[in-house]
Design a protein around this ligand. Sequence first.
Ligand code: BES
Ligand code: MN
Ligand code: ZN
Length: 492
Amino acid sequence: MNFDLKTLDLAAAALEKCDLLVVLIAEGFKPGKDALSSLAALAVKNGDLSTKPGKHLQLYQPPAVAARRVVLLGVGDGSARAARQALLAVAGALKAPKTQRAVLCFAADAKPAAVSAAVQAVAEASYVYTTTKPKADARALSRCIVGVPAIAAVREAFDTGVALVAGVEFAREWGNRPANHATPSLLAEAAKGLAKLPRIQCKVHGPAEVARLKMGAFLAVARGSEEPLRFIELRYDGAPSSQPPVVLVGKGITFDTGGISIKPAAEMDEMKFDMCGAAGVLGTFRALGELQPAINVVGLIPACENMPDGRAVKPGDVVTSMSGQTIEILNTDAEGRLVLCDALTYAARFKPAAMVDIATLTGACVIALGGVRSGLFANDDALAAALQSAGESAQDLCWRMPLDDDYADGLKSNFADMGNVAGRAGGSITAAKFLQKFVGDIPWAHLDIAGTAWKGGAAKGSTGRPVALLVQYLLDQAATAKPAAAKRTAKK
Ligand code: BES
Ligand code: MN
Ligand code: ZN
């Protein structure tokens, strides 16, 4: 889908020929003398339209307006959150068939963050998955003009929003693909495709290389599958090589049956989404390729299936991780931490400024935080604060969880340096404590996206989270690291 930013007041917006014109009306709206303004003001005055976010009034070919359909939409205080909420409330209008050209017009001054949020919300509302459902009504919307009274102040936020859409949709696409269309090898091909973007490189390691690296935990998970594992290594070089990178590590279990500790049948299909951490890393690189910020980023994706088989790892087996620490695999369904721990050990070789792993790690995190906020765990307060605030500004929320050492007690084993599971209590925290044993003193954060990466039920599908959070975090880092870049963002 194409987005364009254009200087438009409501008089000019009325002349735009399109299938749908959405007029965003914030609290304290002051009407001009044009027809649309008068209509909106009258509707508000008569109590037929409220400026509360999401409240709206639909019109059909009103006189003196070139658009076929018009939606007058309340956007509350005009914040990013309210704009997003409002546009998602009229998702039906945005994805209606024959809605090819839309114009979104802010009736008054638009906040930069609201412009970015509006672009993302339009894309989110109109997205249609078609890869394995080619006869689905594909997304009708092909062009969206965002009109604001003055473009200079919002240009950068608009560009960020458009890049985020590309990243989020890349992540949604790979998240949604069924496991037989998103094998470890296919994920690796997708990563190689990203290396066509400027400053991005990709290396893919196979089973032999991973064995040479002595990634015994990762290898143990992959053993039960006929699909060969892939260890994907992406680089984005946006800053001098002297600048230490941020390393992102994405869990890439392309299907999680649970292995020998097999999962129940109900909803097991949703375990095709168990590579959404990996998809989040790929989507982030997609957006970086677009935005070209002054920062170095490494992306690592351990990708394999978790399957039961004659060769599969068994409960009680002890393996040696790349770090040298031994692990008693008490439950083969706690496989995410096993592939991640070796990737985190590998990550240390980049001497990272910070590393962040992203994983659909625990059902317990879904119980704790539901689908609203991702779980955030960190051994570093500054990193935690930076991620949490990036999430707030990108409307991709997370919430910090504790990491007291007492939570690691349950990981003790009589037969290895640690077990891979503790009890049921505090399951998302004990999983994070397991990972922490592999990060040393490097500033590290872990995002448990089990509740936020996809939706179940009738709206089943990937959300593309936490691409917006990660990209915002990296943009914030680039802005603070480089004075020149900092000056650029200070203007907005
Ligand atoms: N991929 C799952 C986590 C998951 C389950 C995410 C359901 C979203 C919905 C992970 O590999 C897993 O199976 N975790 C186990 C850990 C347990 C065995 C300690 C879990 O959460 O049940
Ligand atoms: Mn599992
Ligand atoms: Zn899993």
